[in-house]
Design a protein. Structure first.
Length: 180
């Protein structure tokens, strides 16, 4: 069943939340451009078809069809996703291995904002500052991310979990300035 209005509201609430966090970090352009591909037909109509309200529609599409075409489209266009930053390397023996590439700090910061917003949107009143960290650690062993980028994102999420949102945003803003 199609849920275009509910899906539109969810992705817009998410985008606006990420935008507010990005603006607080001085990432104005990234905030304005965040997840615009979700409004295009390739992602929007699949999201409306597999809409769930409490988690990403990509999960439902993947379970039903074995693949999520919306996600394949999305991750290749949005630099705040770790999957954007993967490539293969030719090893000395000629074999090929996929690896995570280092992410620029500004995209790690946007990913941090994205994780907070997604947790807030899907968990609603059950959200805690621990939730984005818990979600990350549950999937950490299965993701292909450059070790330095993973440590950076995990540290940001730890500060959020341990010290709260204001301290985390201050920390991330400082890391962005150091990385420029």
């Amino acid at each position: 069943m199609l849920h275009p209005i509910k899906h539109f509201k969810t992705i817009t609430e998410h985008r606006n939340t990420v935008m507010r966090y990005c603006f607080r970090l001085g990432l104005y352009r990234q905030g304005l451009l965040h997840d615009l591909s979700k409004y295009g037909p390739t992602e929007f109509w699949r999201g409306a078809k597999f809409y769930q309200g409490d988690r990403s529609p990509n999960d439902a599409e993947r379970r039903q069809t074995g693949i999520t075409l919306a996600w394949l489209h999305h991750k290749g266009r949005n630099k705040h996703h770790l999957e954007y930053w993967t490539d293969y390397r030719i090893q000395p023996d000629g074999s090929v291995r996929y690896e995570g590439c280092p992410m620029p700090i500004r995209y790690i910061a946007e990913s941090f904002c994205d994780r907070i917003a997604a947790s807030r949107i899907y968990l609603k009143d059950k959200y805690t500052d621990d939730a984005p960290y818990q979600y990350f650690t549950r999937s950490k062993s299965r993701i292909l991310m450059h070790p330095d980028s993973m440590r950076e994102l995990e540290r940001m999420l730890e500060v959020l979990k341990d010290e709260g949102e204001e301290a985390a945003l201050t920390y991330v803003k400082k890391r962005i300035k150091q990385g420029e």
